[in-house]
Design a protein around this ligand. Structure first.
Ligand SMILES: NC(=O)c1ccc[n+]([C@@H]2O[C@H](COP(=O)([O-])OP(=O)(O)OC[C@H]3O[C@@H](n4cnc5c(N)ncnc54)[C@H](O)[C@@H]3O)[C@@H](O)[C@H]2O)c1
Length: 250
């Protein structure tokens, strides 16, 4: 059997790095992409069957180079995991256009560009796409005007991709993680937010990187061969509890 190839963006740390390691454990090779060159070098050092590509997924010419380098090294792409993301929380009135664009560039433009550039390769393998959105794309909240809107758009973009690319045998699905203690989350989660999440989530805890990676790996693999256009919240039950008022608990 020829080795499967995954391209994982935002692979230098957090959910992307855990996903990379899970694919490696399963015998895949991985193109690790991240714009943080030093962190990517540290993360990929000592890993076998990987290439490290230090590039920005929001820049069209760099995206083309990412796909070209992956194909040059590995010859094909079986799964594209659009995981790179930035979080910047703030009130609507304080979110100037620059801040809005910084979030949209990576979280939305990056997913659009990476997928579009990977389509010819994914056609060859009847490959799959897994986009990482967020519970913030499913449920609105304060401070997430840019982040939440970018993630809601990723959910819709996934459905567009599934609708249009299905005829090529390409599947597209979306994972919406709940809170995970990564650098991204810890930069925007105060202790109050952490406590409130514990209270509002039915499983009463944050998720782990590997719990998100397991779901990504499933959707990317042939085990999900008849699953496309789906949105899976991996969130300890947060999305299912619409009226999660503490006062309603016994
Ligand atoms: N951690 C959480 O609580 C949480 C919850 C919901 C969704 N998510 C989503 O999961 C994904 C992974 O987040 P994480 O928590 O592991 O964050 P993280 O900050 O630990 O990792 C994100 C990685 O993406 C890279 N990156 C950012 N912008 C990039 C760009 N333009 N080009 C290339 N690389 C870029 C960063 O350098 C970083 O290494 C993100 O899309 C995030 O929005 C995270």
């Amino acid at each position: 059997m020829t080795k499967k190839i995954a391209l994982v963006t935002g692979a230098a740390r957090g959910i992307g790095l855990a996903t990379t390691k899970l694919f490696l454990e399963d015998g895949w090779s991985v193109a690790m992409v991240d714009w943080d060159h030093d962190e990517l070098q540290r993360a990929s050092d000592g890993l076998e069957h990987v290439i490290a590509i230090s590039k920005d997924v929001s820049k069209p010419e760099q995206v083309d180079a990412i796909i070209a380098e992956t194909l040059e090294q590995f010859g094909k792409i079986d799964a594209l995991v659009n995981n790179a993301g930035v979080a910047d929380f703030g009130p609507i009135e304080d979110t100037d256009f620059g801040r809005w664009r910084r979030v949209m560039e990576t979280n939305l433009d990056g997913v659009f560009l990476m997928t579009q550039a990977a389509i010819p390769a994914l056609k060859e393998t009847s490959g799959s796409i897994v986009n990482i959105a967020s519970i913030s794309g499913l449920r609105a909240s304060t401070l997430r005007v840019a982040y939440g809107t970018s993630k809601a758009a990723v959910i819709q973009l996934t459905k567009q991709q599934a609708a249009e690319l299905g005829e090529y045998g390409i599947r597209a699905n979306c994972i919406c993680p709940g809170p995970v203690r990564t650098k991204l989350a810890m930069a925007v989660h105060s202790q109050d937010i952490i406590d409130a999440y514990h209270d509002a989530i039915p499983l009463n805890r944050y998720g782990s990187e590997i719990e998100i990676a397991n779901a990504i790996h499933f959707l990317a693999s042939n085990k999900a061969s008849y699953v496309t256009g789906q949105v899976l919240a991996v969130d300890g039950g947060f999305d299912s509890t619409g009226v999660g008022l503490p006062a309603l608990r016994s």
